[in-house]
Ligand binder design. Structure first.
Ligand code: NAP
Length: 487
């Protein structure tokens, strides 16, 4: 296999006003493959003036059109062609995502790329259904509502699901008639650039979609204060989200934030233990734990605790870890060095807090690559930092419980509220506990199951706003009321 994407689309360039070009400073940085620590290509290091050019382009494309006023079936047609283009470029996109993020190639082919095309189709199908409503307004007048786009949307995305999280924002924003400026994470920008090419080739008018690569501290921060951006859709950590919201207040732009998580996965004593253990492994270690909705806290009824831990450790110790381009690999490296350093630091924190290392605990690897073993801590208490703070890596903390009430209390006992789950064969318990869990999504006897028609988003410090489903497009629309006096 190669260390290069099929074609170096956008190598060292930004995508503004329908074309690739260098940043104003001309500066580029190396994009590093986390499996080899070797450079993949150069990426443009955009700055504030580049963001400004991109916003002006998106502004023109919105204010002059034709995108926002294009007949629905034409707009939908472009989105359907983008989906086709993603499928035609599937292997290139999958390779980019695998090289950039370190995710197994089977996964980038089977999920990231496939889902990206499906999401464009899902929202394309919604374009012609954006109906307003006629409302009672007396005999001599007419009142109706129009659902209108917001304007220029700034989309800011993190490193862990670069293509998917971008598409979750771009597809509904465009379907609603907005124009977009996207900033991918500095470590993983390669699919965003290829997607820009696909979208242009599908007939998206110039300026409707722009990509500015660069770092969060300069380009990202400039989104919040730019007066030409009407809405920011942000996915990232809770700390960055809070900074962004505060900075955006000055221009009163709309903001939705999809933030961090510390998901609780509950295994009750009546669960199908084999199925629950397999699900718990996926919940904790999927994407090497770099999953906002990971079940990184496993709460197990005391009567089955030891059996669950033994089975889980056996799975963790036998899972194929290695080259993400190898189709047999299940867990790849972490996406960048700082993420690996953070995981190593948290292993030390867990040990210092008195948690017991049941499995893993080291990189388990010699040579290049940001690899780390799936790591299981038992003897964890709810107040420990490893049970409270989002680690965003392959570390699972296991906590025992005795009653349903105690399980719910521990599950809800962090500032986060993104995803949670439970395993039981008792339908009454399933509904009762699901209703009490404070999170935007609750999985029963499964984990990480998604449909495009089903939205997700945060409770508490996991943010606000929803992505996917019909709720996903509402985030990019505003209502106008029109009164007509017919006297
Ligand atoms: P992050 O550090 O918060 O970065 C997210 C994005 O924000 C990146 O593009 C980053 O740019 C940019 N950024 C940094 N500082 C900024 C600022 N002051 N203003 C505007 N943008 C700024 O998060 P991450 O480490 O990439 O991603 C991991 C986090 O994302 C975890 O907390 C995870 O739970 C969360 N996440 C949430 C969801 C969800 O749906 N709720 C999904 C996935 C991930 P640079 O990286 O280029 O510096």
């Amino acid at each position: 296999m190669t260390n290069q994407p099929a074609r170096a689309v956008g190598d060292g360039q930004l995508f503004i006003d329908g074309k690739f070009g260098p940043s104003d400073s001309g500066k580029t940085v190396e994009d590093i493959n986390p499996a080899t620590e070797l450079p993949i290509c150069q990426v443009a290091w955009g700055g504030e003036s580049d963001l400004d050019r991109a916003v002006q382009s998106a502004r023109r494309a919105f204010d002059v059109g034709p995108w926002p006023t294009m007949p629905g079936k034409e707009r939908a047609g472009v989105l359907y062609r983008i989906a086709d283009g993603i499928e035609a470029a599937a292997e290139d996109l999958a390779l980019r995502e695998t090289l950039d993020v370190g995710k197994p190639i089977t996964f980038t082919r089977g999920f990231d790329v496939r889902a990206a095309a499906e999401i464009f189709r899902y929202y394309a199908g919604m374009v012609e259904q954006l109906e307003g409503a006629a409302r009672p307004a007396g005999a001599r007048s007419l009142q109706y509502t129009r659902r209108e786009p917001l304007g220029v949307v700034g989309a800011i995305t993190p490193f862990n699901f670069p293509l998917n999280l971008a598409v979750n924002k771009i597809a509904p924003a465009l379907a609603a008639g907005n124009t977009v400026v996207h900033k991918p994470a500095e470590q993983t920008p390669l699919t965003a650039l290829k997607l820009a090419e696909i979208m242009a080739e599908a007939g998206l008018p110039e300026g409707v979609h722009n990509v500015v690569t660069g770092d969060g501290a300069t380009v990202g921060a400039a989104f919040s204060v730019h007066p030409g951006i009407d809405k920011i859709s942000f996915t990232g950590s809770t700390a960055t989200g809070k900074r962004l919201i505060a900075a955006a207040a000055g221009t009163l732009k709309r903001v939705t934030v999809e933030l961090g998580g510390k998901g609780a996965n509950l295994i009750f004593d009546d669960a199908d233990l084999e199925a629950a253990v397999q699900s718990a492994f996926q919940a904790a270690f999927f994407n090497t734990g770099q999953f906002c909705m990971s079940g990184s806290r496993l709460l197990v009824h005391r009567s089955v605790h030891d059996e669950v831990v033994d089975r889980l450790a056996a799975v963790a110790e036998s899972v194929p870890i290695g080259d993400p381009l190898d189709e047999a690999t299940v867990l790849g490296p972490l996406a960048h060095r700082a993420q690996l350093d953070k995981v190593i630091e948290y292993v030390g924190i867990g040990l210092a807090e008195g948690a017991e290392l049941r499995s893993g605990g080291s990189t388990g690897h010699e040579g290049p690559g940001f690899y780390h073993q799936p790591t299981i801590f038992t003897g964890v208490t709810p107040e420990m930092r490893v049970a409270q703070e989002e680690i965003f890596g392959p570390i699972l903390t296991v906590l025992p419980f005795d009653t349903d009430e105690e399980a719910v209390e521990i599950a809800n006992g962090t500032p986060y509220g993104l995803a949670s789950g439970l395993h039981t064969q008792n339908i009454r318990r399933a509904h009762n506990v699901a209703a009490q869990l404070q999170s935007g999504i609750v999985w029963v006897n499964t984990w990480a199951q998604f449909e495009n028609s089903t939205s997700f988003g945060g409770y508490k410090s996991s943010g606000y706003g929803r992505e996917l489903g019909p709720e996903g497009i509402e985030e990019y629309l505003q209502y106008k009321t029109v009164y007509i006096n017919v006297d």
